[in-house]
Write a protein that binds this ligand. Structure first.
Ligand code: BV8
Length: 237
């Protein structure tokens, strides 16, 4: 694993599962409790804003009850130690809207689907750190209008920083997918972009995902075990 210089990592809900955050598609997961169309689309928000604001208020509040697990810590260690040798680059892209990568010590995290602890003003498009609730329609800190929404990417909306992500996928020599079902695009297509440029592709997941056949290598197991093992292997090289 030590021969790699430019690594792109994509994480999904599975990396936070052992921290106690529901994944989306497991039994009893988030999408079983709520219809995607009702809580994770602009149309659902327009139809019933209270339902959506409450759904995200509850998830934002629940962050206080969870902590990063060894998988998050291991990726933070990789961020600290991998770039020590010249010519090495690391990009961590997460589909998750939780803050566990940051609380686990990662300083540079690209949240392609936004973040629970960020608010977006529908009027002036200000983005602001947000720890409280939105159901009470608090004023935008910039324009004072009462039109804050969760700063998350809903279905049908464009994920963030796609140009930067595709540029990294075109030049990486290793793409690692951790804890994602490969059910949602464009993230689910990243493995093909990486393969097309000749990168080695590795999947670390609890069980085979929808995209497993697209990876050169799949290692199955809980993230809290397989991710630290993989990081140790990369840094030992
Ligand atoms: C867009 C934020 C275009 C909000 C999320 C037909 C074909 C292809 C695409 C489409 C299509 N129809 C519609 C689309 C597009 C759509 C899409 O992909 N739909 C799917 C359902 C088919 N995508 C979009 O709409 C995207 N935008 O395409 O824009 C565009 C173009 C121009 C202009 C404007 C727009 C936007 C998608 C983003 C949606 N937002 N989240 C929120 O969080 O509430 S998606 C949500 O699900 C998550 O963010 C995450 O990204 C995604 C996938 O979930 P996972 O993270 O993979 O979690 P999941 O539960 O599915 O799996 C968990 C995995 O972990 C499992 O594999 C499990 O085995 C594993 N696991 C469990 N425990 C562990 C573990 N692994 C390790 N250790 C463990 N302990």
């Amino acid at each position: 694993m030590s021969e790699y210089h430019r690594i792109v990592i994509l994480t999904g809900a599975g990396i936070s599962a052992e921290s106690g955050i529901d994944t989306f598609r497991s039994a009893g997961g988030l999408w079983e409790q709520h219809r995607v169309e009702d809580v994770a689309t602009p149309e659902g928000f327009a139809r019933n804003p209270d339902l959506v604001l409450n759904f995200y208020d509850m998830r934002r509040a629940a962050l206080a009850n969870v902590a990063p697990n060894p998988a998050h810590m291991a990726l933070a260690r990789l961020e600290r130690e991998f770039p020590r040798k010249p010519g090495r680059e690391l990009l961590l892209v997460t589909q998750n809207v939780d803050d566990l990568h940051e609380r686990g010590g990662s300083a540079r995290v690209l949240h392609m689907h936004g973040a629970l602890k960020s608010a977006l003003c529908s009027t002036c498009e200000t983005r602001a750190p947000w720890l409280g609730t939105m159901i009470d329609r608090p004023p935008c800190p910039v324009c004072q209008s009462r039109s804050l929404r969760p700063d998350v990417v809903w279905f049908g909306e464009m994920p963030y920083q796609m140009g930067r992500i595709y540029q990294a996928l075109e030049t990486c020599d290793l793409f690692v997918s951790i804890g994602t079902s490969g059910a949602v695009y464009p993230a689910a297509g990243f493995v093909q972009e990486a393969r097309a440029n000749g990168a080695h592709t590795l999947e670390l997941n609890l069980e085979p995902s929808e995209g497993s056949r697209l990876f050169h290598e799949t290692r199955l197991g809980p993230a809290s075990v397989v991710v630290p093992e993989w990081v140790e292997e990369v840094l030992a090289g």
